[in-house]
Design a protein around this ligand. Sequence first.
Ligand code: HEC
Ligand code: HEC
Ligand code: HEC
Ligand code: HEC
Ligand code: HEC
Ligand code: HEC
Length: 414
Amino acid sequence: MVAKTTIVRYATAFFLVCCFVFSGKQVFAQRDAVPTDPEIISQGEQLFNEYQCNTCHKVDSKLVGPALAGVYDRRDLEWIYSWVKNSQALIASGDPQATALYNEFNQLVMAPYDLEDEQILSILAYVRDVEENPPMPEVAATGDGAAAGGDGSGIPSSYLNIIVAALVVVLILILVVLVIIIGVLKKYLQDKEGLDEADKDVVNEKFSFSAFVKSPTVIGIITFLVIALAAKNVIDGLYTIGVQQGYQPEQPIAFSHKIHAGEYEIACQYCHTGVEIGKSANIPSVNICMNCHSQIKTDSPEIQKLYAAQESGKPIEWVRIHNLPDLAYFNHSQHVKVGGIECQTCHGEIQEMEVVKQHAPLTMGWCIDCHRNTSLNTQGNGYYDKLVELHNKTSGTPMNVEDIGGLECAKCHY
Ligand code: HEC
Ligand code: HEC
Ligand code: HEC
Ligand code: HEC
Ligand code: HEC
Ligand code: HEC
């Protein structure tokens, strides 16, 4: 009896060890089947971006879809091929892994892709490469004075107001202290014997508020203060005519950059398709929203508005926030693509905004300030090689936008 159970025990243990070894073997076999050839990796990276897998997947963390790192460990390669080619067919076939995954991700549909096995394998090669050689964290762009936002007018107006208020408080305190001192002195003198008449008059003189207010000195001071304040406000007002810094209108659909660009890390360029190729950044059409919202949150009343817009064929009437006057020319690709400036430098932390707000004043002074203080992003741009060489011969400072004519009126005004 005893011997028999022992044998059963050993057999079970042996079986488990075998399973472990076998499955372990399979894990490595799968990963090892994914190529590490740099050429294939770069082809995979290209496909990953070109087919926009990157809008829903990251390698190391969850986005709209699962993190792809290690997918070759948890799935069979053949399974991955059929999944990418047509995930819905795989689910419909009753594949338990596919069904479980689909349910885990709230039945979000991943569209079918017309890709060859080899191409999918190259994408996996890219995924493996990123997983095993994670990219170095990017060194934050050095300031270069590019920190925009200030319009170069010295102390911000809000600080001035605080300083003025503090001064007023101090003055009032001094006044109160003086009045108390006068009171104490008067009392002291009154108690003192042997004052002559003249002194008594002074001590007993009643303070007349109306006489005080009517005195020419006080009227003069008050008039001066009122005029100065009014003038300051008028001048401030003139400077801010047409400046809409902080403008944050309500939009027809409660679209949140915080959810899309922040939580789900969808690239700005996915929606603002023009930023790298042209003057205007573009506001996305309903079709772009539908790439996801034909499946995501279909019951939400806000998303229903998208369906209504698509059905009626009328574009959504987003309220425009940033708007330069027609006399000024601004080009996004010049700044983003050539200049290498982050959106956030000019637009603030958009990925944290529920509702977009205008971050910069967009005044001429703001543009000019940055052009004076920002050195050119000349690295790897053959166009600039000769210019930089010439510049360095005559100047010890880095080449700024100013040095290529960034302050010339005609560059910004037609
Ligand atoms: C619109 C978003 C979206 C796009 C684009 C997308 N996927 Fe997916 N993918 C998903 C979702 C969501 C899942 C999880 C299953 C589900 O709900 O369908 C998934 C699952 C997967 C899986 C299985 C992962 C696992 O853990 O088993 C692989 C592999 C995959 N996707 C690869 C790709 C590739 C390759 C591309 C580009 C050719 C791509 N996906 C494009 C949304 C997307
Ligand atoms: C999923 C699509 C989507 C993504 C991703 C996205 N945006 Fe937007 N963006 C919109 C829509 C729609 C609007 C118009 C509605 C609004 O203002 O909220 C908009 C408006 C804006 C505006 C204001 C436009 C105006 O009227 O002046 C700025 C600036 C902006 N986005 C910058 C960004 C930046 C920077 C990122 C990346 C960090 C980004 N967006 C990512 C869809 C997107
Ligand atoms: C790449 C995929 C993707 C694209 C493109 C996209 N969204 Fe979204 N959207 C999401 C995800 C994911 C959520 C969050 C769903 C959740 O909270 O479960 C979401 C949530 C929303 C919500 C909130 C819905 C609610 O009731 O909670 C609104 C509104 C919305 N999106 C509007 C838009 C608009 C407008 C566009 C086009 C300019 C757009 N989305 C484009 C993926 C996307
Ligand atoms: C150097 C400053 C600067 C940078 C960097 C910048 N923008 Fe802009 N952006 C502006 C200005 C100025 C406007 C107003 C343009 C106008 O009215 O003609 C604007 C307008 C916009 C608009 C409104 C639509 C339009 O094209 O007029 C969107 C959307 C936008 N930017 C998105 C982005 C995104 C996304 C990025 C990053 C990829 C970015 N911007 C980078 C300055 C900048
Ligand atoms: C955050 C800094 C920054 C701000 C703000 C900025 N620019 Fe620029 N701008 C640059 C840089 C950097 C370049 C040089 C890009 C390159 O290498 O061509 C540039 C180049 C230009 C050029 C081309 C100059 C030339 O000689 O080729 C024009 C025109 C221009 N900007 C217009 C504007 C306008 C209009 C505004 C304000 C609405 C503005 N910029 C705001 C940084 C900025
Ligand atoms: C880097 C870009 C840039 C350069 C260079 C530039 N401007 Fe401007 N200018 C602007 C912008 C942007 C505005 C609009 C500002 C606003 O609406 O507050 C503007 C506005 C103006 C206005 C209208 C002012 C108003 O209040 O409506 C005049 C006039 C003007 N510029 C003249 C000039 C002259 C003259 C030069 C050359 C010495 C020059 N600008 C160089 C960007 C520039």
